[in-house]
Design a protein around this ligand. Structure first.
Ligand SMILES: [Fe+2]
Length: 395
């Protein structure tokens, strides 16, 4: 079901990027326990694969999901072993197990790595081969298995996007596999699942969501629908992320707010792309296996600052939502400072904490330029521009 299609006024906006989200989306605390089994039973017969985050082992959520599926009459095949920055070989092994167990649908329960891995495994399970055979868009021929996504962090957005970002060990690069039928069929966005997330993960994934919203809003592919979603996500994260980090278990209002903002930011970037922060972040993740949320957090303000006057209009319109008052053009630096302050307030470090050797900067910059999202940058970015940012933050 296509629920939205907009013709944007910006000349860079291509009809191919028409706003769409075929995923049936539920945003409601408690919806995993209440609805997962019933939703899965509409898509599966017999066996369903439940791929959950190993980090959830000490929480009740895998059992909650399993029980909901079992009560709906489904046989549950539990799978795991997905690492951060999911590897192509891991996904290929998952697909093989899904086939061996004759699963007719897959459920991904976890953060961005698990959801991306499940999304790609659902496609590989019906198409065979290796992840690297499908780099790019719509490179497969058979429809993926039905996929239900249940996020357990407040940053991924993968529950409403068509892309899986995968670490290819052979090339030490991130590769993207995507397709119109790779959107999750269903997404259950349940803020209760955040209650057991460590504060550092709330902070890192929350700033990943903020980065999705800000890159969607300032990028070339922005459109009226993605702008509306991005603005609401930015405003909500500024208001609630510090509270969520301070007391994710006890503050149900903040928990629900950041979970909602994460999905809204996912809808925004799923239809307006990300930009240079993610280009650099994915290059660093491929080469050094550093956590995605953390790399975005340390690069967000420096990259936005480097865009200068090219994002002046967008920063001015963010000012009332971030600063609580309109900012004159000359005060756009205040918006950037507020973004820096938020990252600091939630306890995230600066670039030096990643310990990236300066000798690698040129290779990182070249990989960033080659990233598929580089053309969505608000200003043209070549490897030299990325190198300048890395050199400045790495001082
Ligand atoms: Fe991201």
């Amino acid at each position: 079901m296509i629920v939205g299609c907009f013709v944007a006024s910006k000349s860079v906006y291509s009809p191919a990027m028409a706003f769409r989200v075929p995923t049936r989306l539920t945003i409601e605390p408690g919806c995993c326990a209440a609805r997962l089994g019933g939703e899965a039973a509409l898509l599966a017969r017999g066996a369903v694969a439940l791929i959950s985050d190993d980090g959830l082992a000490a929480t009740p959520w895998p059992e909650v999901a399993h029980e909901s599926l079992r009560q709906a009459g489904l046989t549950v095949c539990r799978l795991g072993g997905v690492e951060a920055n999911p590897r192509a070989t891991t996904i290929e092994q998952l697909a093989e197990k899904i086939r061996q167990n004759q699963c007719t649908a897959v459920v991904g329960l976890g953060g961005g790595s698990v959801l991306d891995a499940t999304k790609a495994a659902a496609m590989l399970a019906t198409n065979g081969g290796r992840c690297a055979d499908y780099i790019g868009r719509d490179r497969y021929s058979r429809p993926p298995l039905p996929f239900l996504a249940v996020p357990t962090t407040c940053g991924t957005g993968s529950e409403v996007t068509w892309v899986s970002v995968i670490s290819d060990e052979a090339t030490r690069r991130k590769i993207s596999v995507k397709g119109e039928s790779m959107f999750p069929d269903r997404a259950l966005v349940d803020a209760d699942l955040l209650a057991s997330l460590p504060p550092s993960m709330v902070a890192a994934t929350g700033v990943d969501a903020l980065t999705h919203a800000l890159e969607a809003y300032t990028g070339k592919a922005a459109n009226p629908a993605s702008d509306a979603l991005a603005l609401r996500a930015v405003e909500t994260l500024f208001r609630y992320l510090p509270r969520a980090v301070a007391d994710i278990a006890g503050d149900s209002e903040a928990r629900a707010a950041v979970m909602e903002a994460s999905t809204l930011a996912g809808l925004a970037f799923g239809n307006a792309d990300v930009g240079p922060v993610h280009c650099l972040s994915e290059a660093l993740g491929g080469l050094f296996d550093v956590p995605h949320g953390l790399t975005n957090a340390v690069l967000l303000a420096p990259v936005l600052r480097s865009h200068g006057a090219s994002i002046e209009r967008q920063l001015s319109s963010l000012a009332p939502r971030i600063l609580g008052r309109p900012a004159p053009t000359a005060a756009r630096g205040e918006v950037l400072s507020a973004i820096e302050e938020l990252v600091k307030e939630v306890g995230l470090p600066t670039f030096s904490a990643l310990e990236i050797p300066p000798t690698a900067f040129e290779e990182v910059a070249a990989a960033a330029e080659a990233n598929g999202s580089n053309p969505s940058s608000p200003r043209p970015m070549a490897a030299g521009d990325y190198l300048a940012i890395l050199t400045a933050v790495g001082r």
